[in-house]
Design a protein around this ligand. Structure first.
Ligand code: IMP
Length: 203
């Protein structure tokens, strides 16, 4: 069975391929957008992670007539009423990048004490099928936003997101540990398990 992964992030493709291989051997083949010839730009303008994931999955499914998987993720900070949320990648505006986004986050939280800096990363995964059915999974990873960057990891908000169980920011963790506790690691695993126990015919 062929399934398209609606992402341009090669790291995510390798991760999902690896996990699906563990569950399904060579019965499920994960294809990239490039492999199915999808060149469009999907605007992520929904106000939920679920809405964005479904939009990406259903657009690609309609394009190629194959089941399509997409994910959407971001950081939810309690003291900011859930911001940056679905705006995580573009939080600091049109010229947003990871450094500017972190600077803006720390500025917004300037007067907020540690005990009120609770936050979580959320990841929603959706698979859209050509017959209109869908399969969804959402997982999160709890933590706290610290006052300055710690660690070498250079992805998104990792340097300021403290996992209290390990006493490390996501940027200080090795990949294996991060995958064990992260929203995406948990969501991908939950999704693969849900897919395996669903009645999707993968033969
Ligand atoms: P996307 O769903 O992969 O496009 O992620 C949206 C944005 O959320 C990213 O650009 C990051 O700013 C943030 N984000 C999502 N997951 C993580 C993570 O594991 N670490 C740090 N930032 C993340």
């Amino acid at each position: 069975m062929d399934i398209v992964f609606a992402t341009n992030n090669n790291h995510k493709v390798s991760e999902l391929r690896e996990l699906f291989r563990g569950y399904f051997g060579d019965k499920v083949n994960i294809l990239t957008l490039k492999e199915v010839g999808f060149k469009g730009d999907i605007i992520e303008d929904a106000d939920t992670f679920e809405g964005n994931a479904y939009k990406k999955a259903s657009t690609v499914c309609a394009f190629c007539g194959l089941p399509a998987i997409a994910d959407d993720s971001g950081l939810v900070v309690d003291a900011l009423g859930g911001a940056p949320g679905v705006m995580s990648a573009r939080y600091s505006g049109a010229d947003a990048d990871d450094i500017r986004n972190i600077q803006k986050l720390l500025k917004e939280l300037e007067n907020v004490p540690l005990e009120k800096r609770t936050a979580r990363f959320v990841c929603h995964i959706c698979c859209a099928f050509p017959d209109g059915k869908r399969l969804d999974c959402e997982e999160c990873s709890e933590g706290r936003i610290i006052f300055e960057c710690r660690g070498d990891g250079d992805f998104g908000y990792d340097p300021v997101f403290l996992n209290e169980e390990y006493g490390q920011t996501f940027a200080e963790m090795d990949m294996e540990t991060k995958n064990k506790v992260s929203h995406r690691g948990k969501a991908v695993k939950a999704f693969a398990a849900a897919f395996a126990s669903s009645n999707v015919d993968i033969m």
